[in-house]
Design a protein around this ligand. Structure first.
Ligand code: FMN
Length: 273
């Protein structure tokens, strides 16, 4: 049941909800927008009808417009967003402390708003929210890599993990997780339409929003290889469902360093057809 309802006192019959519905299931019926019960199954649950209505007349899925945040004059100006995008850096040095759990929750709640193919909204965030658990995971990964190296079963294409392991064993330097206190993994059921894209977009949103909150982040390419390819038992330790594609991994925490200015990348590579 979509519980699509129109407040006829507020509805101006402008037709914006009808025109914007991606599933095209809203139609003017007896003068007002309505969804034929037979078409309800086609709804994306994207809430565009609720979002677009100029007079807050649309209710759907039991959601009332009054509980939405207004967008009028509330979106950050482009210059601020540009500074955030150009100013976010990969952080590889962290304070040895947990991030406030309430902030972690807030970061995940916001990243959850990232778009997904056909609005499937199936991305799971697996978060290591405590440094002690992170230490455990790090040790499990390093021990697994150690076994591969000593048993000479490390696939040749992953040879660089031999050096990574020796740096860890000899100097205690963690190149895989950058000694971050926390880890975030985005995974999604393999059968949704766009699992990889959904995960990468969600992590990109998390990345930017975390950095705007003063939290350091770094994409974990090595961590992803280690967890997903080399020591796959860790997937079970982490609780990643077997039918999930592991999209990507991101480390985060309170940064031990602060960058003062943006970098200066050259012009974008643009090909115009
Ligand atoms: C998909 C991806 C994987 C990455 N994997 C790692 C990694 O395993 N370890 C690391 O230190 N940095 C990793 N990075 C960070 C890049 O090295 C970094 O983004 C790049 O050097 C540019 O620096 P910036 O992010 O500060 O602009 C990764 C970045 C991306 C996008």
């Amino acid at each position: 049941m979509l519980s699509f309802a129109i407040d006829e006192q507020k509805c101006t019959k402008c037709g914006k909800c009808v025109a914007d519905c991606p599933a095209q299931i809203i139609a003017m019926t007896a003068g007002y927008p309505a969804i034929d019960p037979e078409n309800e199954a086609a709804c994306y649950k994207c809430q565009h009808c609720l979002a677009i209505c100029p007079t807050a007349a649309v209710t759907i899925l039991g959601l009332v417009p009054e509980n939405s945040r207004t967008l009028v004059a509330a979106v950050p100006p482009p210059e601020q967003l540009e500074t955030l995008i150009k100013g976010r850096r990969s952080v590889r040095r962290y304070l040895e402390e947990n991030v406030d759990p309430r902030l972690i929750q807030q970061l995940l709640d916001v990243a959850w708003y990232a778009p997904t193919g056909v609005n499937s909204r199936q991305v799971q965030f697996t978060v290591v929210d405590d440094r002690a658990k992170m230490t455990q995971l790090r040790e499990e990964i390093m021990a697994g890599l150690g076994r591969l190296v000593r048993e000479t079963t490390l696939p040749p294409e992953y040879e660089r993990f031999t050096t990574i392991l020796s740096v860890w064993e000899d100097k205690g330097v963690d190149i895989i997780f950058r000694n971050a206190p926390h880890l975030l993994i985005a995974s999604a059921p393999r059968q949704v339409v766009t699992p990889l894209a959904d995960c990468l977009i969600a992590l990109s949103y998390f990345d930017l929003y975390a950095q705007s909150n003063g939290i350091g982040t770094v994409w974990g390419g090595l961590a992803k290889l280690a967890i997903d390819e080399l020591v796959p038992d860790c997937r079970a330790t982490l609780g990643i469902p077997e039918d999930h594609l592991l999209g990507y991994v991101m480390m985060f925490g309170n940064p031990a360093i602060h960058y003062q200015r943006t970098v200066q990348h050259g012009p974008a590579i643009i090909h115009r057809m």
